[in-house]
Ligand binder design. Structure first.
Ligand code: GCO
Length: 460
């Protein structure tokens, strides 16, 4: 009881003239299918099911069979989302739940998402749907997964069918979430599903993912011309450990590999020049016309930001990540570096002709403790406060940013970290599945409800 007033003092505040407070700026929360749904027996197997079954892949030996049981609890979860006062909910569709091995729609799976879309509509919450958040059907992986060009066409078929089935219920589609993670973490260093390891795989997988994105854009613009259709990319600004030329060059090289490799083909139809320095065996298999497909116009780009990285020179690969990070760190060991977000947005703005930007993910894992039904996650409130100000700053400097989504709505399966890392603004007790809004969730809600258009709406 005594704790309650203290919690409410953690507030999020923006300058009163901030564009983020205007009625055309969208605030939301984000999740992904495999991380929250569970309900695994009602869908085909995906690469994460298989990966979790391999010893040594997931830190706490967990899996996504039940996750947050959103599969059963989706109705109360949407009530919870609505109670936060958000304008939008970003979630992903599980491809293996909605498409069978013959490439046909699965009625029960489609119904599950249509019910979610209907309820969101009833609550006046815009649906931001991600079509691929890493859960490739296992039978497609068995045919080579993202190393097989054919997978891009299977994805296009899935997107065609599902976007027709959803009709006009979806406000915005993202083709892929973070193709860097799928390609590099999944097919090059093997820390994510499907767990392949080999420097020759990453860029080949990336190319087929980007091709899948371009092919999906074609059907989305045809089937849903009024939806906002785009892609979500993740970025970590690459800083150099020192000012000496070798370290500066190392940071630049890492940036080409990890950031520019994904945005440049999408916006400019070309890979970074680095492609010519790669050993032939590491280069993607590009067919004539691919880059034109990949660079089809976008309605927006989603930017996911968590932290920056620091690099130093190294002789073999050309760069090496500095593992010893300046403080403060999140529970993931990621440096809290809000100025990296404004820097990133400005860099992108100066380098490219950008479509409107949405911050589709931003947030932090913290070592949360639930005491007397409250989670006093002051550090997460501080994280959001500083990053929202970084977005505000970038807008003031001319970047066209239209929305911000907190990652994540609730604690969930954090991939190779399992359930030990908590990113939610809502706490999940995995034994009972009880959800409890953390102090950060309350602060987010208060900020959203205090927006002038909300207040006048409530009064008027
Ligand atoms: C990502 C994914 C999320 C993660 C989050 C925290 O950005 O990696 O989209 O699924 O959970 O980023 O790592």
């Amino acid at each position: 009881m005594l704790k309650q007033p203290a919690l409410l003092t953690h507030s999020l505040q923006l300058p009163s003239d901030s564009r983020l407070l205007s009625s055309d700026f969208t605030f939301g929360v984000a999740t992904a299918a495999f991380q929250i749904e569970g309900g695994a027996t009602s869908r085909l197997k995906n690469i994460w099911d298989t990966f979790c079954d391999k010893p040594g892949t997931i830190k706490d030996h967990s899996n996504g069979l039940t996750a947050c049981d959103h599969f059963s609890l989706w109705e109360q979860d949407i009530d919870l989302i609505a109670s936060l006062g958000v304008d939008a909910y970003r979630f992903s569709i599980s491809w293996p739940r909605v498409i069978d091995k013959q490439g046909q729609l699965v009625k029960d799976g489609v119904d599950f998402y249509n019910n979610i879309l209907d309820k969101l509509q009833a609550k006046n919450i815009k649906a931001y749907v991600t079509l691929y958040h890493w859960d490739l059907p296992q039978h497609i992986e068995d045919m080579g997964g993202w190393l097989n060009r054919q997978t891009a066409y299977l994805f296009q078929n899935y997107v065609d069918l599902i976007s027709k089935a959803f009709g006009d219920k979806v406000f915005s589609y993202a083709t892929l979430n973070e193709p860097f993670c799928s390609a590099y973490l999944g097919y090059e260093i093997g820390v994510h599903a499907p767990g392949l390891i080999g420097p020759e795989y990453g860029k080949k997988a990336a190319h087929h993912l980007l091709l899948a994105h371009g092919l999906a854009m074609q059907v989305l613009q045809k089937n849903c011309p009024t939806a906002l259709n785009g892609i979500v990319l993740n970025f970590s600004p690459c800083h150099s450990l020192t000012e000496n030329p070798a370290d500066l060059a190392a940071a630049k090289l890492a940036d080409q590999h990890f950031n520019q490799w994904y945005i440049r083909p999408v916006l400019e139809g070309a890979y970074p020049d680095l492609i010519n320095q790669l050993p032939h065996a590491h280069r993607p298999d590009i067919v004539e016309g691919d880059l034109a497909i990949i660079s089809a116009p976008l309605d927006y780009i989603g930017v996911n930001y968590y932290t920056r990285e620091i690099y130093q020179a190294e002789t073999q690969q050309g760069f090496q990540k500095v593992m010893d990070k300046p403080l403060p760190l999140t529970d993931m060991g990621w440096e809290i570096y809000p100025q990296g977000l404004s820097e990133l947005l400005l860099d992108l703005h100066r380098t490219y002709k950008l479509p409107p930007i949405l911050i589709t993910e931003n947030g932090a894992a913290m070592p949360d403790k639930i005491i007397n039904n409250t989670v006093n996650d002051r550090q997460r409130v501080d994280y959001y406060q500083s990053h929202l100000l970084a977005v505000d700053d970038a807008i003031r400097q001319g970047v066209d940013i239209r929305g911000y989504f907190a990652w994540s709505l609730m604690d969930n399966f954090e991939w190779a970290e399992g359930y030990a890392k908590r990113f939610g603004i809502v706490y999940v007790d995995y034994a009972t599945m009880k959800r409890t809004i953390k102090a950060s969730g309350l602060a987010y809600r208060n900020l959203l409800n205090s927006r002038p258009h909300r207040v006048s709406h409530l009064i008027g």
